[in-house]
Design a protein around this ligand. Structure first.
Ligand code: F6R
Length: 366
């Protein structure tokens, strides 16, 4: 049932091109200039009149929420807050009927996310769910929502659920931006086409696996890793670090690259691998100077770069290439090499990749 792969996690990583397609099938119609989400169409006014959107989730789904914060604010100018469900529910949050809550959950059973939804409903907020498991508790407790069509995710470490969540959230942002008039028609259509190309780009990114395996062999015995990214790729750095922690048990921290000089830079020496997302983007030059700062302290650089990159490729010790796409869509690609890097390190260390110690696939306790 692992389809010839050694682990479910690897199978699920490789399923991403097809499940991203499944997630946008019938919803994304670039040639017609249409994106539509069944659960959204009847409630679009509510979104347009919302004073803010609050995203609640845990773990990897929370990271998808952080990516969504960038994309929804950027495209729609609706203020977005992202909260850990477990903090939100216990801190007497300010919620009103003018707020929209988006709850993101692969399993649809996470206890803290469910409790956050119930609390929001008591305060009269409209709750929109993004779940993978059809008929799950969260999908039933929400007022409306969209399913990701990632198929069953068996590996405890979430991979394809994350990229399909981002796919849904990107479609949602584009649909709202169109309705709100905060995106030009030509940009809108361009993004629809670019989104439709993502599965092919993910396939390209997956082709770097053998190179990533070599990198994994070099760094598998490191005690600590730092992951850095800026803007849209700051949440990708967090997700990369989480993936490494959960399955390899190596300590890893994700940080916004510019925040490094406010503390974590003290950790950098010749035994510290630093994974930097350094794709061509608005922040490219800034990331280049962050890399210089790390090199000056002898840190080892593993960079995720855009295809054909020269500047970072010359500075970095190792690079993992991903195809070009507009910056708001880059998390769908930059995530891929980081998934593979964690996977191979964990396999080389003999870890139980699909069922890491102390973790459960759905956390139905508080
Ligand atoms: C990470 C992981 C967890 C889950 C978290 C939320 O790989 O699997 O961090 O993302 O427990 O689970 P869901 O999305 O099912 O609510």
């Amino acid at each position: 049932e692992k389809g010839g792969y050694d682990h479910f996690m690897l199978k699920e990583i490789y399923e991403q091109p097809s499940v991203i397609k499944d997630t946008y099938r019938g919803r994304l119609l670039p040639d017609e200039g249409i994106v539509r989400l069944g659960g959204l169409e009847n409630h679009i006014e509510k979104f347009l009149n919302a004073e803010r959107i609050i995203i609640v989730a845990c773990g990897t789904s929370w990271h998808a929420g952080l990516v969504a914060e960038y994309i929804i604010e950027d495209f729609t100018r609706i203020p977005v807050e992202v909260e850990y469900a477990s903090e939100f529910r216990y801190r007497n949050p300010i919620i009103s009927s003018k707020d929209i809550i988006i709850a993101i959950s692969q399993s649809g059973e996470t206890a803290d996310t469910l409790a956050a939804i119930k609390l929001a409903k008591q305060h009269g907020a409209f709750v929109y769910g993004i779940c993978n498991v059809v008929g799950s508790t969260i999908s039933r407790e929400t007022h409306s929502g969209t399913y990701t069509h990632a198929g069953p995710e068996i590996g405890v470490a979430s991979t394809k659920a994350f990229t399909t969540q981002i796919t849904v959230l990107t479609m949602l942002a584009l649909r709202l931006a169109k309705a709100k008039g905060t995106i030009s028609h030509s940009d809108f259509v361009r993004y629809l086409h670019e989104l439709a190309l993502i599965p092919t780009h993910v396939e390209e990114a997956l082709k770097t696996e053998s190179k990533i395996k070599e990198i994994a062999a070099v760094f598998k015995d490191a005690r600590n890793f730092l992951y850095l990214g800026r803007g849209y790729n700051f949440p990708v750095a967090l997700e990369g670090a989480l993936k490494l922690k959960e399955i390899s048990y190596i300590h890893a921290e994700g940080y916004p690259a510019a925040e490094m000089k406010h503390g974590p830079i003290a950790l950098i020496d010749e035994s510290m691998p630093v994974v930097v997302v350094a794709i061509k983007s608005e922040h490219y030059e800034k990331v280049v100077s962050n890399i210089q700062e790390i090199k000056a302290r002898k840190g080892k650089i593993i960079a995720v770069v855009s295809e054909g990159d020269k500047v970072v490729s010359e500075m970095a010790d190792y690079v993992m290439e991903v195809p070009h796409t507009p910056e708001p869509l880059t998390p769908l690609l930059t995530t891929i090499p980081l998934q593979l890097l964690s996977y191979h390190i964990a396999v080389m260390l003999g870890r139980n990749v699909d069922q890491p110690r102390n973790l459960a696939k759905s956390v139905t306790v508080e």
